[in-house]
Structures are given as C-alpha cells and as structure tokens.
Design a protein around this ligand. Structure first.
Ligand SMILES: C[S@@+](CC[C@H](N)C(=O)[O-])C[C@H]1O[C@@H](n2cnc3c(N)ncnc32)[C@H](O)[C@@H]1O
Length: 215
C-alpha cells in the first residue's frame, strides 16, 4: 500500500519527528495481534496527520475508520484546549484494543469511540467539524464525504486515505476491483465538486486533502 519505494519511505521516516512511544507499542501490538495490520496509518502517515492537525488546531475532529486507534491518536495531537475527536468503527472487536491505547496516550477524555455503521452514527453527531479523516469502506467514500462536508465549517479540512489504491485508479478500464472503481469515482466526484480547494497527494497510498472554501 505504498507508492513511494520502501527505502525512500524509510529515509523519510528517519528524517521526520520520531514515532511517539505509545504509538510504537500500538503499532507493534497491532502487527502481533490484529488482522490486516497494514490498515494502520504508521509512522510517516501518522506524523503527516498530526502535522496537519497541529496546523488546523481543531476543536472538533471526525474520524471514520478507527481500526486500532493509531490515526485517532495522531489527529488528537493537534486538538485545541477543550477539543474532542469522534471516531467511528463498525468492528466491536477493536473497541477495547483501541480504547486501551487511547487511554495510555492520555486521551480517553477527548477521543470518543463510536461502534457501529458510520452512516447510522454520523447523523446523530451534533457537531461542526474543523477536521475530518475518512478511512473506512471505499464504496461509501462519496457518501461519507457528503455527510462530512455538510458538517464541516468553511475553512475546515477533510482528508481521505487510499485515494490511489496502490496506483490502480490510474487505469480502471480493465479492472473489476470494486474498491479501485469506487475510489476512482470518488476522485472524479471531488474533481467536479464546487466549493473546495483540494490536492491529491501521491504519498503512501494517496491522501486527498480537501479544504471547504464555501459556507
Ligand atoms: C483502514 S482501517 C482504518 C485505519 C485507521 N484509520 C488508522 O489509520 O490506523 C478501516 C476501518 O474502517 C472500519 N470500517 C469499514 N467499514 C465501516 C463502516 N461501514 N462503518 C464503520 N466502520 C467501518 C473497519 O472496521 C476498519 O477498522
């Protein structure tokens, strides 16, 4: 799930802020005990998320796709005083695991875990978000974007992960990969969407950075 050669990514990691100890433990523990550990953001992407969050200084963050809590902890690093992060995952088996590390990071008071389908939970969140991270089932990306967009303040930032889908989105004419097709559709949707400023960053598996420019 990386476009950049591994050796280059390793070099970039060495010249970026180190992975905090609690995230190192979470990273190791996820690889040892949880299925599909490649889903975890990891050191470099985690630092990117933390960096963006520190720039936005959000009061409210929404994350769709908690997994083991790695990206939630990174995003929460930028929260301003009194800020909250809502994170959603439909896998109840991950709740306790993620909760343990959120607690160890000292963030149990600011990260609120929701377990269930994102489309069911999102309408019940009465918040205006400054920062959103979409990192769940690819087939619903457009839906998640629309739901997030209407709840994001003008000037707020929405980030979507895996928008290059290992490069498969470049030519989807001959693919039957449903996720690649869904992501290609999402990228096209964003390209035509009014009221945004965006960049598709060819980093790791592709990050779409979207600023909401209109009310
Ligand atoms: C790629 S992982 C998230 C990784 C995490 N954001 C990180 O960077 O460490 C995707 C997560 O989305 C969750 N998910 C998938 N479909 C979902 C849905 N319909 N509603 C809520 N969560 C969903 C999965 O259970 C999985 O844990």
């Amino acid at each position: 799930m990386t476009i950049v050669p591994e050796s280059v990514e390793k070099y970039a990691s060495q010249y970026s802020s180190p992975e905090p100890e609690v995230l190192k433990r979470l990273n190791r523990d996820t690889h040892a005990k949880v299925l599909r550990p490649r889903m975890l953001s990891g050191h470099l992407q985690g630092r990117v998320l933390s960096f963006i969050s520190r720039m936005v200084k959000p009061s409210r963050i929404l994350e769709i796709g908690t997994y083991t809590g790695y990206s939630a902890i990174c995003l929460a690093e930028g929260l301003c005083e009194g800020g909250l992060l809502h994170t959603i995952d439909h896998n109840p088996e991950l709740e306790e695991f993620a909760g343990k590390y959120i607690d160890q990071a000292g963030l149990s008071g600011v990260i609120i875990q929701h377990t269930g389908e994102a489309v069911d939970i999102l309408p019940g969140l009465d918040e205006v978000f400054d920062l959103v991270f979409i990192d769940a089932d690819k087939e619903n990306y457009i839906r998640y974007f629309d739901m997030a967009y209407s709840r994001t303040r003008p000037g707020g930032v929405i980030i979507a992960d895996n928008v290059l889908w290992s490069g498969k989105v470049v030519d989807v004419t001959a693919t039957d990969d449903r996720d690649a097709l869904a992501i290609a559709g999402f990228n096209e949707y964003i390209r035509k969407h009014p009221g945004i400023n965006n960049i598709l960053l060819p980093f790791r598996d592709g990050l779409m950075l979207i600023e909401k420019t209109r009310a």
